[in-house]
Design a binder for this molecule. Structure first.
Ligand SMILES: *[C@@H]1O[C@H](CO)[C@@H](O)[C@H](O)[C@H]1NC(C)=O
Ligand SMILES: *[C@@H]1O[C@H](CO)[C@@H](O)[C@H](O)[C@H]1NC(C)=O
Ligand SMILES: *[C@@H]1O[C@H](CO)[C@@H](O)[C@H](O)[C@H]1NC(C)=O
Ligand SMILES: *[C@@H]1O[C@H](CO)[C@@H](O)[C@H](O)[C@H]1NC(C)=O
Ligand SMILES: *[C@@H]1O[C@H](CO)[C@@H](O)[C@H](O)[C@H]1NC(C)=O
Ligand SMILES: *[C@@H]1O[C@H](CO)[C@@H](O)[C@H](O)[C@H]1NC(C)=O
Ligand SMILES: *[C@@H]1O[C@H](CO)[C@@H](O)[C@H](O)[C@H]1NC(C)=O
Ligand SMILES: *[C@@H]1O[C@H](CO)[C@@H](O)[C@H](O)[C@H]1NC(C)=O
Ligand SMILES: *[C@@H]1O[C@H](CO)[C@@H](O)[C@H](O)[C@H]1NC(C)=O
Ligand SMILES: *[C@@H]1O[C@H](CO)[C@@H](O)[C@H](O)[C@H]1NC(C)=O
Ligand SMILES: *[C@@H]1O[C@H](CO)[C@@H](O)[C@H](O)[C@H]1NC(C)=O
Ligand SMILES: *[C@@H]1O[C@H](CO)[C@@H](O)[C@H](O)[C@H]1NC(C)=O
Length: 486
């Protein structure tokens, strides 16, 4: 019998998808090559001028050249099939993926080589300037410049003359400064994303964009302010709003204004500075997704109570604003979060990195609709209840990086929808339950860095969907079931 001591790694990687699909998407698309309509010569000239001002280190715009006359075939360019006019320009650079299902799941550097991906991203970003020649594309309705590294200047003013736009993405472009009031000129916009570059007061002229469905105003270190948000009430079609990192402390009316938005389904307020005295009951009638922060300052924690009245919530994600040493103090009174048990439609609950410093609250096991439960790095202690087997809708369960002890409950084997299970870095002991072999959908299983012992159950060999298995740094004995060998 082989005995693996605690330093032996047993890491199996059955198949990694080909590397190219792991890197990142450039977001470039082209019209079908059999398209008969050729591009408009004046628009082609405009694009060549745009290219001339761009720095393109990885030569992504190689196809933008004079010998390739049909600019509708150029990468990132989409023309109208009927008129040949350029309608969409996709000059975005997507950052490397950090997520599988949602944006909190961070893969090990082990899988992706960590920095290499970031170096590749950095060297594929566009730099330089965006040429005003863009305004010669009179039929452009979709402009995506996100994820690049342009000069850190205010958004160029010619953008506000492009009134045909219905989609404008200037998230992480490098542009930095106040949002010009002329933004109110772009009245056809349905999607507007100015995240990571905006500072100063949010201009009320955004209230003129009455068709907006999606507004991304994620700020940077609370340097975006709102004073009087009453103009928001004209955005009656708004479905998605991010004001993350904004400083709303001077805006007394923001909650009342936002709750009256009849179409709002997703609201992101993490790391916002908000008025902590505001505890009135609100009624966001259509809200299903909410992302916000717990404020933790020394012995004191603040969770806005109005969230617990939002009975229709499907997704709730918390981050934390750490004023002092929250890992030391934790959430002082965990009963602040008890109201979550009333949110019985929750499918996604993410408390990762919130220092709960307690055992798993028992009401968690009653949230039967949960599909994604992320309690990574929450300083949880105590044991995992057998009632975890009640959460039969779970697709992703992450309890990693805590102080959980005791046995892994065999009822986990009831969670047959599970795709990822991560218990890495705890103090779990005893046998790996045989029942885990029932988890037919499991793609990733990580039980590494615990105190698990005895033989690895042969039932794990039944996990036909498994792509990654981490069992290292335990006191396990014996061999990986032969059916799992590469
Ligand atoms: C022009 O673009 C075409 C199509 O992508 C490509 O085959 C050709 O090599 C390019 N020419 C130059 C000089 O880059
Ligand atoms: C990213 O690329 C730029 C230009 O090529 C270079 O100056 C910069 O140092 C790179 N940054 C990182 C973090 O690699
Ligand atoms: C804008 O681009 C970023 C990626 O850089 C993306 O995360 C975001 O969802 C986009 N916004 C919209 C409205 O599509
Ligand atoms: C607003 O749009 C109009 C065209 O509809 C344009 O003439 C005007 O210059 C734009 N204003 C600004 C400030 O860009
Ligand atoms: C906003 O709308 C008002 C009234 O519809 C109009 O008078 C004003 O010029 C608009 N502002 C901008 C910046 O478009
Ligand atoms: C906010 O602005 C509106 C008009 O723009 C005004 O009627 C209202 O009184 C203001 N509210 C506060 C609290 O200043
Ligand atoms: C938020 O704005 C208020 C009022 O302008 C200011 O006193 C406070 O320091 C700001 N908070 C942060 C974190 O920037
Ligand atoms: C919340 O709003 C909905 C729809 O507008 C309404 O039917 C319901 O009575 C409201 N509830 C409360 C408590 O105000
Ligand atoms: C925690 O908060 C609840 C409700 O606000 C209160 O009843 C309880 O006494 C608090 N517990 C502690 C230890 O402060
Ligand atoms: C949960 O809802 C019930 C019934 O509406 C209410 O009595 C209770 O106070 C709520 N619990 C919390 C912690 O908000
Ligand atoms: C889990 O399910 C069992 C059996 O149906 C039930 O007795 C128990 O109360 C449930 N636990 C929770 C926390 O809902
Ligand atoms: C859940 O698992 C336990 C222990 O493995 C088992 O006794 C129970 O019958 C299972 N319940 C369901 C509903 O499958």
């Amino acid at each position: 019998m082989d005995t693996c001591n605690s330093n032996t790694y047993i890491i199996l990687l059955f198949h990694l998808c080909c590397l190219s699909s792991l890197i990142f998407k450039f977001g470039i698309s082209t019209t079908p090559s059999n398209s008969k309509i050729l591009c408009i010569p004046s628009e082609r000239e405009a694009l060549l001028r745009v290219k001339h001002h761009l720095i393109d280190p990885s030569n992504r715009l190689a196809s933008w050249n004079v010998s390739n006359t049909d600019c509708c075939d150029w990468s990132g360019v989409v023309c109208s099939d009927l008129t040949g006019h350029i309608q969409e320009l996709h000059l975005n650079t997507s950052p490397p993926p950090e997520s599988y299902f949602d944006d909190n799941f961070v893969y090990d550097d082990f899988f992706y080589g960590g920095n290499d991906v970031h170096v590749a991203y950095n060297s594929s970003m566009f730099r330089g300037e965006i040429s005003p020649s863009l305004i010669d594309l009179k039929h452009l309705n979709h402009l995506d410049l996100s994820g690049n590294d342009f000069e850190p200047v205010q958004i160029p003013s010619f953008i506000f003359e492009m009134t045909t736009l219905s989609y404008l993405n200037l998230s992480s472009t490098g542009f930095y400064g106040e949002i010009p009031f002329q933004i109110g000129n772009l009245s056809n916009l349905l999607y507007l994303d100015l995240s990571y570059g905006a500072i100063g007061v949010i201009p009320y002229q955004i209230g003129n964009l009455t068709n907006l469905r999606h507004l991304g105003l994620k700020g940077y270190q609370n340097s975006l302010y709102a004073e009087n948000l009453s103009w928001f009430s004209s955005l009656s079609h708004l479905q998605y709003l991010s004001l993350e990192e904004a400083n709303l402390s001077k805006s007394f009316d923001w909650l009342q204004t936002l709750e009256d938005l009849p179409s709002l389904t997703e609201l992101r307020l993490s790391r916002c500075v908000i008025d902590q005295n505001h505890q009135s009951i609100v009624n966001f009638s259509s809200l299903v997704t909410l992302k916000l922060s717990i404020i933790s300052s020394g012995q004191y924690s603040f969770v806005p109570r109005w969230i617990f009245a939002l009975r229709k919530l499907v997704s709730l994600q918390f981050s934390i604003i750490e004023d002092d040493f929250p890992m030391f103090y934790g959430i002082r009174n965990l009963s602040l979060l008890d109201g979550i048990q009333n949110l019985t439609f929750l499918e996604n609950l993410d408390l990762s990195s919130i220092p709960l410093s307690s055992s798993m609250p028992h009401w968690l096991y009653g949230l039967r609709q949960l599909k994604f439960l992320n309690l990574q790095s929450t300083s949880l202690c105590g044991t995992i209840s057998n009632d975890i087997g009640n959460l039969s809708s779970l697709l992703e369960l992450d309890l990693s990086s805590n102080n959980l002890e005791g046995m892994i409950p065999s009822s986990l084997g009831n969670l047959t929808s599970l795709v990822t299970l991560d218990f890495r870095l705890n103090q779990l002991e005893g046998k790996i339950p045989t029942s885990l072999g029932n988890l037919n959908s499991l793609v990733s299983l990580d039980l590494s860095q615990n105190q698990l012992e005895e033989k690895i159950p042969t039932s794990l060999g039944n996990l036909n969907s498994l792509v990654s298995l981490h069992l290292s740094q335990n006191q396990l004995e014996g061999k990986i079931p032969t059916s799992m060998e590469i």
